[in-house]
Design a protein around this ligand. Structure first.
Ligand code: ATP
Length: 237
């Protein structure tokens, strides 16, 4: 393992895995791979850790080809050349999802996608699902829940689905800048989402808000992550 990899992304991923006991010996982990920078780096990194880490586990990437994905052939070549076991599940459900809708169907799309990933995991003997959500995603989701539902909640680092699968998010401490840099150095040819709604509106608003706050409080996201595991229940309503 090269030193830059350790410093740029592996250290942070190991920290999340160890802090939340995300991986056990003999795990079969299915990674949701959109082909964007986050899940691509997660795929690459977990594959490395499965080969050189202290625990022995198996990883497979699954791309749900919902019909709005570009650059898949080049992506597949990269995976093959780098020993990444990528499966593609074709179900072009997203193509007509927005027809006649006056609102973005992102929520429905994401539910359908998650359903397919879980079903694939169960049918093919995987016990865990890894998602490429990052620190920014966790903080944005926290802000979105406040803005949209008046609720304090985000995605958990490790959780259990209704079907008894364990869902893990090993990128939860990783900075976006480190992800972008790693993907560049690895020359990972990312897939392009050609969906017109890819820029989810409420998420963009939350992101803008966080960016604005960070102009005056640069450590805001870190503080939110810290606060999420430091809840003083006695001082809430
Ligand atoms: N088409 C897909 N097939 C499989 N998994 C997916 C797909 N789209 C998203 N995911 C999973 O869901 C997570 C969150 O999705 P989201 O749309 O927020 O990410 P993204 O911005 O498209 O891509 P990435 O997280 O890879 O940069 C992804 O990190 C990935 O693990």
């Amino acid at each position: 393992m090269k030193r830059w990899m350790e410093n740029l992304y592996l250290k942070s991923i190991r920290k999340a895995i160890e802090t939340y006991a995300m991986i056990d010996e003999g795990d079969r982990i299915l990674i949701g791979v959109s082909g964007g920078k986050d899940s691509s780096l997660l795929f690459y990194a977990l594959n490395q850790l499965s080969q050189f880490g202290p625990k022995s586990f198996k990883v497979t990437g699954l791309t749900v080809d919902h019909g709005l994905i570009g650059n898949l052939p080049e992506y597949k070549v990269f995976c093959k050349e780098n020993g990444l076991d990528l499966m593609v599940y074709e179900e072009h459900y997203a193509v007509n999802l927005s027809h006649g809708k006056t609102y973005a169907p992102c929520y429905t799309c994401s539910r359908l996608r998650k359903g397919i990933i879980k079903r694939y995991a169960i049918e093919n003997g995987y016990n865990k699902i890894a998602m490429g959500h990052t620190k920014d995603d966790l903080v944005e989701t926290f802000m979105m829940n406040i803005l949209q539902h008046g609720k304090m909640a985000t995605m958990r680092p490790i959780s259990e689905t209704e079907e008894g699968l364990v869902m893990i998010r090993p990128l939860m401490f990783l900075e976006e800048t480190a992800i972008i840099k790693s993907i560049e150095i690895l020359k990972f040819p990312l897939m392009m989402d050609t969906c017109e709604f890819a820029d989810d509106r409420l998420r963009s608003k939350a992101e803008d808000l966080i960016n604005q706050i960070e102009l005056t409080i640069p450590e805001f996201s870190d503080k939110v992550i810290q606060a999420l595991s430091n809840v003083d229940l006695e001082r809430l309503l």
